[in-house]
Design a protein around this ligand. Sequence first.
Ligand code: UP5
Ligand code: MG
Length: 227
Amino acid sequence: MPVIVDKIADALHLQSHKSTFDSNVTVIFVLGGPGAGKGTQCARLVEDFAFCHLSAGDLLRAEQHREGSEYGQLIQTCIKEGTIVPMEVTVKLLEKAMTATLEEHKSGDGWADGRGRFLIDGFPRKMDQAEMFEHDVGKATAVLFFTTTQEVMLERLLERGKTSGREDDNVESIKKRFNTYKDQTMPVIKHYEKLGKVIEIDSSVSIEEVHQKTKSAVANLLSGSTA
Ligand code: UP5
Ligand code: MG
């Protein structure tokens, strides 16, 4: 009598919560400090494994500049101050982008029969975001964690700042971004480490060397999953 049981559970609000995406969808969070190389490596992984790459920062910057957005000012202030935009905004943008991608019915490895594989770059930056995403949107398969020193990250960001036009590629904003990363994002990484989901990669070396290490770690991961 499963239908009756379902109806009773529904009436009593006992039905277990369903997230938007099920286990057909592989989600890899990509974390690491500002300038660690998250975006650079994600772009390479898209070529290797047909991932959809969604950078939370890029989605927020696009929303900031979208005409009519009610969040433009808020996002601009948070990015400049290196603080975290309220999670509801970011989680909704990610969910919308994931839904749109799945509706496109992409072809290639990992996309047949409603399956999909996503690199979620620069997210979750805070424990509450991780909880909200996993509850409402979908479960994380793994976390790619790029590590290097603060000196290396600072140098990369200042160099990029000469041409990036990013409002947060300046010394004042970068210092604030480092602090937010240490205080809010490191606990997220520790949480996933306890769950055995973190793949740590030293990103101090050349882009190509980091790519080779990352590619082989992701190949291992995907060969162990159905996607
Ligand atoms: N570079 C990369 N790898 C290299 C290597 N191995 N050797 C030499 N050079 C290398 O790389 C940075 C620069 O370094 C580039 O010039 C690259 O060529 C070179 P990149 O790949 O862009 O690094 P990345 O880690 O992606 O750095 P990014 O600046 O994007 O990281 P952040 O995490 O700071 O930025 P993000 O865009 O994710 O977030 C920005 C802001 O948005 C946050 O501070 C926050 O205010 C807000 N935000 C939220 O509020 N919520 C979110 O969920 C996400 C963001
Ligand atoms: Mg980036």
